[in-house]
Design a protein around this ligand. Structure first.
Ligand code: PNS
Length: 170
């Protein structure tokens, strides 16, 4: 049995991520979505929120047999723990390859884990978590780029607190 891991920060999980997980499920017998921390990015959503949103999206998509875990450390340590031999990631273009190739080589160096890249659905080639957050930050529509429930969570996380509005938060 081949266990594959689909890792990412998923801040937030998008329809592009969902497409990659669905395709990983066609490649491997067992798929685990791994919600990690990219040290180079500061997250909008907490790990708990991201795990819950991924879980909801997978259940809605009929992917109940795909597990979701949060991992605080190295991806290769999680792969060893799960007995996973494969990492599956999507590539939208050359920029993604530039970012992903060093990670794939590092994971192979550290843990002998192979990475398989799937070509992103061209219809979702513009869908990136960072852009989704940027659009939402300025009041743009994001609900057709993310699974149900994700848009509300992003908007709530971006909403200014009473403090930031200059009002008394108490
Ligand atoms: O969605 P992202 O930003 O492409 O996800 C990147 C992530 C979280 C998968 C990557 O940064 C990661 O694996 N972080 C865990 C730490 C680690 O294993 N680093 C060394 C190999 S890149």
């Amino acid at each position: 049995m081949t266990t594959a891991v689909c890792p990412g920060s998923f801040d937030p999980f998008t329809l592009g991520h969902l497409d990659v997980v669905r395709r990983a499920r066609a490649i491997a017998d067992d798929v685990v979505v791994a919600v990690g921390t990219n040290a180079g990015k500061s997250a909008l959503l907490t790990p708990e929120q991201r795990v819950a949103l991924v879980r909801g999206a997978l259940d809605d998509a009929g992917l109940e047999d795909v597990r979701v875990v949060a991992f605080p450390g190295l991806l290769v340590d999680l792969c060893r723990e799960l007995g996973a031999t494969l990492v599956v990631k999507g590539l939208r273009g050359g920029g993604d390859l530039d970012a992903e190739l060093p990670m794939a080589l590092m994971n192979r160096h550290l843990g002998g884990v192979e990475t398989v890249f799937v070509a992103a659905d061209p219809a979702l080639g513009h869908v990136a978590s960072s852009l989704v957050k940027d659009v939402a930050r300025y009041g743009g529509a994001i609900d057709d780029m993310v699974p149900p429930g994700v848009g509300d969570a992003v908007r709530a996380a971006l909403a200014p607190t009473a403090d930031e509005n200059g009002k008394d938060a108490r």
